[in-house]
Write a new protein. Structure first.
Length: 202
C-alpha cells in the first residue's frame, strides 16, 4: 500500500479515537501535516485552542512564533512534517476562555501509537522535540529539557532527536523574551542541515 494512502487511513482512524478522555471533550483530532518523506519532523505537545478549532497543528500563537523561526532559519514549512505527541486539546474552561492543560502521562501514552505510526509512515531522518511531553514520548523516558536543550539524543530506532523548548514556553515569558527567542533559534539551528534538504515524495 502506498504510504500516502496508509497515512490517510491512520488519520481517519485517529479522528474517532477515544482511547483516553480527551477525545470526548475536544472539538476534533488534530493530525500532523506535511509531505511523506519529509526529512525533518517536528513534534509538539498537544493542539491548542486554535488548533482544536481549525484541525491543523501549530496555527495559533505558538505556531506563529514557529513560523517566524522557520523564516529566520530558512526552513520551508511545506517540506517539514509537523505534529503533536497528543492529538486532542486538553482544556479547562475559565469564563469564556478555553485554557490549555498539560496532558497527563497516561494521556500521552494512549496517543503514542499514533505518533509512532506517523514516524513510521513519514520516515524522517531526524526529529525535533518541542518541549518535555514531546521529548518523553519520543524517547520513551523523561528528558531534562533545560539541561539537554540544543543536544541530539538517539532513539532506539536510531533516529536522532533534537531537544528544545516548545514555542509556548517563550510566549509565557514576561522579560527577556527576545533573548530567549535567539537562544531557541540557536537550538533549532542544529537541525538546519536536515530541514533544508529537498523532499522527494514517494
Amino acid at each position: 500500500m502506498r504510504k500516502d494512502k496508509s497515512l490517510q487511513m491512520l488519520r481517519q482512524a485517529a479522528a474517532g479515537c477515544r482511547e483516553c478522555p480527551l477525545g470526548f471533550h475536544a472539538t476534533q483530532t488534530v493530525w500532523g501535516e506535511g509531505p511523506i518523506g519529509a526529512r525533518l519532523m517536528l513534534v509538539g505537545e498537544q493542539p491548542g485552542d486554535q488548533e482544536d478549532r481549525q484541525g491543523r497543528p501549530f496555527v495559533g500563537p505558538a505556531g506563529q512564533l514557529l513560523d517566524r523561526a522557520f523564516e529566520a532559519l530558512g526552513w520551508p514549512r511545506d517540506k517539514l512534517y509537523i505534529t503533536n505527541a497528543v492529538k486532542h486539546f486538553k482544556l479547562e474552561v475559565r469564563g469564556k476562555r478555553r485554557m490549555h492543560k498539560t496532558p497527563a502521562q497516561r494521556e500521552a501514552a494512549a496517543c503514542l501509537h499514533w505518533l509512532e505510526s506517523e514516524i513510521e509512515q513519514i520516515d524522517p531522518s531526524a526529529i525535533v522535540a518541542l518541549g518535555s511531553t514531546a521529548a518523553r514520548s519520543l524517547m520513551g523516558r523523561p528528558v531534562a529539557v533545560m539541561a539537554q536543550r540544543g543536544q541530539w539524543l538517539e532513539r532506539e530506532d536510531g533516529r536522532r532527536v533534537l531537544i528544545t523548548l516548545h514555542p509556548s514556553a517563550l510566549l509565557r515569558l514576561v522579560a527577556d523574551r527576545e533573548e530567549a527567542y535567539e537562544q531557541w533559534l540557536a537550538d533549532l539551528r542544529h537541525a538546519s542541515a536536515v530541514a533544508r534538504k529537498s523532499t522527494d515524495p514517494e
